[in-house]
Design a protein. Structure first.
Length: 93
């Protein structure tokens, strides 16, 4: 079991190529750099099934706000929140 904190550097680039169905092409591009934070917790286990082979698994939950420190009103949020499961077979030599 474990957990941790993280610090994120993010870059967002947005481009608008056409304004609705008006037929006008608008070459508008915006780019911004953001800074944010995150938290994660995980639990895992390892099961030996021979002297050198084992199965390993981990379940992790993460909350990550990639623009938490620099977000301004009206900005699109950058969020990397999710849950992931890792499973694998390993050989120890």
């Amino acid at each position: 079991m474990g957990g941790g904190v993280s610090y994120y550097f993010s870059k967002v680039k947005a481009q608008l190529n056409e304004l609705g169905d008006s037929g006008y092409d608008i070459d508008a591009c915006s780019e911004r750099e953001e800074k944010g934070y995150g938290l994660h917790v995980y639990a895992g286990f390892k099961a030996m099934f021979h002297n050198r082979f084992y199965f390993e698994s981990r379940l992790r939950a993460r909350y990550a706000d990639g623009s938490g420190f620099t977000d301004e009103s009206g900005d699109v949020e950058i969020e990397f929140t999710g849950v992931d499961l890792t499973a694998g077979v390993a050989w120890r030599f």
